[in-house]
Ligand binder design. Structure first.
Ligand code: SAM
Length: 274
């Protein structure tokens, strides 16, 4: 059966991303949206998620250096990483370990679940999380998305992910709105996991991010999508690629070391209608 036509040119590679990125030209990628292994002992198909902390950070510096080389001067790395209750420093250690390579420009909190007390005083809960049974830890309902750039001074399209004003009188009152009913969303992004009926069938991977997370990163980076080259060096089953296709990004480059995950990503990206 012929594959459907896509607006996006998908370049999907099986293998180690550091070796793969070395074959790409310098200054050739606009944005990287990725979630590397977190070194928390996750049960991936083939990758062993259990390096010593020193080795993990040294390896992280290696792949981030390669990302820096391929990123354009105004490029963005959106680095999604979470912690575990027993390893709460990991995201911070990772971010700190690469601070001489790239500049931390924004920190976004990906909120998976939240409870907000309404005006009536009643708590309203949304989203899902995997509950832990513990006397000392509260449930972890968020992960980080660190936005790194080469200079820390790269314009982003805040209103590309903006939200309408709750109080419409602000539109006229504040000159900076330019009459638009859009304000900056801020850095707390509530994005629940898509509901699935069968993990093996619908999401056969232990550590994914939702497509919407990557879509928002594309919008925040800004620029016409059909002029963008996007990359995910740790493709997993391809959610960054699904976002690239959905947003009609021109070129998407993905690397995945595991054959099974790559073939799942390929079937999602190449066999779905464009
Ligand atoms: C956190 S998961 C990414 C999941 C992805 N964001 C998704 O939504 O499907 C990290 C992935 O990196 C892959 N991986 C580990 N080491 C790699 C390497 N050196 N090069 C490429 N992929 C690698 C693992 O097999 C795993 O699928």
């Amino acid at each position: 059966m012929d594959e459907p036509e896509h607006a996006t040119d998908f370049q999907l590679h099986l293998g180690d991303c550091i070796e793969g990125m070395r074959k790409l030209g310098a200054d050739s990628v606009d944005l990287v949206v990725t979630s590397p292994p977190y070194n928390l002992g996750i049960g991936y198909e083939s990758y062993e998620d259990k390096l010593s902390s020193e080795d993990y950070l040294a390896w992280s510096r290696e792949w981030v250096s390669e990302v820096k080389r391929v990123l354009k001067p105004d490029g963005s790395l959106f680095l999604n990483v979470g912690a575990s209750p027993k390893n709460p420093w990991m995201p911070h250690e990772l971010a700190l370990s690469i601070r001489d390579i790239l500049v931390l420009q924004n920190t976004i909190h990906w909120i998976k679940s939240i409870t907000v007390d309404g005006p009536d005083g009643d708590p309203h809960s949304v989203g899902h999380f995997k509950p832990i049974n513990s006397k000392r830890f509260i449930n972890d309902c968020h992960e980080f998305v660190f936005h790194f750039t080469k200079t820390g001074n790269i314009p982003v399209d805040r209103l590309g992910v903006g939200v309408p004003y709750a109080d419409k009188s602000n539109i006229k009152r504040w000159g900076h709105t330019g009459g638009r009913d859009k304000r900056c969303r801020g850095n707390n992004w509530y994005i629940p996991y898509e509901t699935i009926s069968s993990r093996n069938k619908d999401r056969p991977h232990p550590a994914t991010f939702p497509t919407e997370l990557a879509s928002r990163c594309i919008a925040l980076h800004g620029g016409p999508p059909d002029k963008l080259t996007m990359m995910d060096p740790f493709l997993g089953i391809g959610h960054a690629g699904v976002a690239a296709g959905r947003e009609k990004v021109s070129t998407f480059i993905g690397f995945e070391i595991d054959e099974l995950y790559l073939s799942e990503a390929k079937s999602r990206l190449l066999e779905e209608p464009g």
